[in-house]
Design a protein around this ligand. Structure first.
Ligand code: TXA
Ligand code: MG
Length: 317
């Protein structure tokens, strides 16, 4: 059930329920971070492997000391600069944080979401919320209440409606290794913005993903339709002649092709706008019964990096 009744959401959350939660990035599947029952339901409903840890959502920086210990100076600077916002910090966890949340690691992921309804809800609760993105494991992330409703129907108590997510792509995940700032997942906060605050960052190597960040699977965000990512759309089109093709494009349509088969993310060429439309476009294209969806690579800077990361994972076989 989709509803904008915050009081109802509070009731469910206080009673170990789980809800679809709007945030500025994507919708989350949220439950009480201190309820083992809620946490277990989240893993079950999402079909998420237990070794993939969850993000804790808090209402204000004061709450951080209840979740994490030893917050490095650079983490504080980033929190001051970007919270509430699409930045998740990986910090040493407090002993009160369940091993179910962290998948037995000694670190915990935490952020303050920048969405008026999420903040209003958190402000009325006495506990933080754990929330992974509200999509079944490996599927396209949800940026509208209806996406969550289609995926989970009666498996969630309700979906709290907060409209379309404005950022439209998940938070950027940042960890700390001594004095180094390490990007674990590209996301809605561009790396250049982070570097303006803490200087040069390091990138967590994809090779290490299986061992260190089990959750960041190479195949993810995947439509059911065959999905191809290319630097040269025209050439790739020739490989699929005779098939029903859907196109995912940055700024401009391809000439001599039916416009109904083409989804342009930002006519004005804004990477922010493109990111905000990305998952909605994938949901729509996936519902059109195309034989194949062909997407073009985005420019490799700013939010284009995060968009290409999602498209690469969506195209993994
Ligand atoms: O924008 C977002 O971050 C959204 C909204 C709902 O807040 N949430 C989200 O959660 O994307 P999820 O669970 O889909 O992705 C969280 C990622 C996972 O890949 C997980 O492996 C990683 O965060 N993660 C969580 N805790 C971690 C930890 N302690 N160390 C390393 N990675 C961690
Ligand atoms: Mg996710």
């Amino acid at each position: 059930m989709i509803s904008n009744n915050i009081n109802l959401a509070i009731d469910y959350l206080k009673n170990d329920g789980i809800i679809g939660l709007p945030t500025e990035t994507v919708y989350g599947l949220a439950g009480n971070a201190f309820s083992e029952k809620s946490i277990k339901k989240i893993f079950e409903v999402k079909k998420r492997p237990s070794f993939n840890p969850l993000i804790v959502h808090i209402k204000c920086q004061k709450e951080l000391s209840k979740i994490a210990i030893e917050v490095p100076e650079k983490a504080k600077q980033l929190a001051d600069a970007f919270w509430p916002g699409p930045l998740t910090l990986i910090l040493k966890k407090q002993s009160t944080i369940s091993d179910l949340i962290t998948a037995n690691q000694d670190t915990v992921a935490v952020r303050i979401p920048n969405h008026p309804i999420a903040l209003e809800l958190l402000n009325q609760l006495e506990f933080p919320l754990v929330a992974p993105s509200a999509n079944p494991f490996t599927r396209i992330s949800p940026t509208k209440a209806v996406h969550v409703e289609h995926y989970f129907k009666n498996e969630v108590d309700m979906v709290l409606d907060g409209g379309s997510c404005t950022a439209g792509i998940e938070s950027t995940i940042v960890g700390f290794d001594d004095d180094k700032v390490v990007i674990y997942r590209l996301g809605a906060l561009a790396v250049d913005e982070i570097e303006k605050v803490v200087g040069k960052v390091h990138f967590h190597s994809k090779k290490d993903e299986k061992t260190i960040t089990p959750g960041m699977h190479l195949k993810h965000y995947a439509p059911s339709t065959n999905f191809i990512l290319t630097h040269d759309v025209l050439e790739t089109l020739t490989l699929f002649s005779g098939q029903k093709i859907g196109l995912l494009l940055f700024k401009a349509t391809i000439e001599n092709m039916n416009l109904n088969q083409q989804y342009v993310l930002s006519e004005k060429g804004s990477l922010e706008e493109a990111a905000s439309q990305l998952f909605e476009a994938l949901h729509q294209l996936d519902n059109e019964n195309f034989d194949v969806i062909i997407a073009e690579y985005f420019p490799n800077y700013g939010l284009g990096l995060a968009i290409n990361d999602r498209l690469e994972r969506a195209s993994r076989k």
